[in-house]
Design a protein around this ligand. Structure first.
Ligand SMILES: [Cu+2]
Ligand SMILES: [Zn+2]
Length: 199
């Protein structure tokens, strides 16, 4: 009994000590409750024959924080490719035109992600290396996951283009054909509970 009580006290003391340094320690269960995760599985457009573009765009958000985005794509032509969130989750057209224009609930102009005024869906360019692989991470504060607000991206799509986004041509950066895309869907929480990454 004594030993166990001492152990519990020790843990509490540790938690308080860490909190004193401005860090937040939460149990894994609490962490999962506050975290929202979504994924867009990227597949190549029906009209693209010679390339095999595949990959994922993963979204996560803790509480009210920014949305963290991790893009991981293979099968691209080396170089820059425009990448955006588009306003519709309809990828039925072989050229992906059914996805509509850039996600733009705030009625902005097309630009780069670092420009003051830009579409909520403007992520700029994804750069593929010589093997066709591209990875991009970002933290964006102008979109939300599953909130039902205007800037909720669940049910929208991520589209990758054949060419570089020039970050200025209206309405979409002159980035050419839509070569691949995926619909943004909330992850199945029960499925992800066990394989959640530890921080
Ligand atoms: Cu686009
Ligand atoms: Zn745009």
């Amino acid at each position: 009994m004594t030993t166990r009580a001492a152990k519990v006290f020790g843990l509490v003391a540790l938690g308080m000590a860490v909190a004193g340094y401005g860090l937040t320690v939460r149990a894994a269960d609490d962490d999962n409750k506050g975290r929202k995760m979504a994924t867009a599985e990227i597949k190549q457009a029906g009209n693209q024959e010679d390339k095999k573009v595949t990959g994922t765009v993963k979204f996560s958000e803790d509480g009210e924080g920014p949305v963290r985005v991790v893009v991981d794509i293979d099968g691209l032509t080396p170089g820059d490719h425009g990448i955006h969130i588009h306003e519709k989750g309809d990828l039925s057209a072989p050229d992906l035109k059914s996805a509509g224009g850039h996600f733009n609930p705030g009625k902005h102009k097309h630009a780069g992600p670092n420009d003051k005024d830009h579409h909520e869906g403007d992520w700029g360019n994804l750069t593929a290396d010589s093997t066709g692989h591209a990875r991009m991470t970002a933290e964006v504060d102008n979109i939300t996951l599953g909130t039902g607000k205007d800037n909720d991206v669940i049910g929208k799509s991520v589209i990758i283009h054949a060419k570089r986004d020039d970050l200025k041509s209206q309405p979409s950066g002159d980035s050419g054909d839509r070569i691949a895309g995926g619909v943004i869907k909330m992850d199945d929480k029960d499925k992800d509970k066990d394989k959640d990454e530890k921080k």
